[in-house]
Design a protein. Structure first.
Length: 117
């Protein structure tokens, strides 16, 4: 895990923050001792109560699902048309898709410029 250089709490620090609260400290006293805000302390204390030590690590910000993801078959069709030297807007018109979506797919495939062909 990459810890930000200015982060007040690392996973070990989060565990140290939550432990005194389970021994009877108030959240406010633990926050002051750790040098963080009460809101931050309550967040990590709540996560500790829900899952213990394993909850002290940062969660991924990547979406768990993407309901509007472009289907693999459609991506293959976009690539096939591009390799046939069609422009992005022409591909979008032919497939009935948004130009921005076709452009994003082409950039992801590395085919955003004709020179890439």
């Amino acid at each position: 895990m990459n810890v930000h250089e200015n982060a007040r709490l690392t996973p070990a620090g989060r565990a140290l923050l939550a432990r005194p609260v389970s021994e009877g400290w108030t959240a406010k006293a633990a926050a002051e001792a750790a040098g963080v805000s009460l809101r931050t302390a309550r967040k990590w204390i709540g996560r500790h109560r829900r899952g213990g030590e394993r909850r002290h690590h940062d969660r991924s910000s990547a979406p768990r699902r993407c309901p509007r993801r472009v289907a693999e078959a459609r991506i293959g069709e976009i690539e096939r048309l591009r390799r046939g030297r069609m422009t992005g807007p022409a591909i979008a018109a032919a497939l009935g898709m948004a130009r921005s979506t076709v452009g994003a797919v082409l950039r992801r495939l590395g085919l955003g410029r004709l020179s890439a062909l």
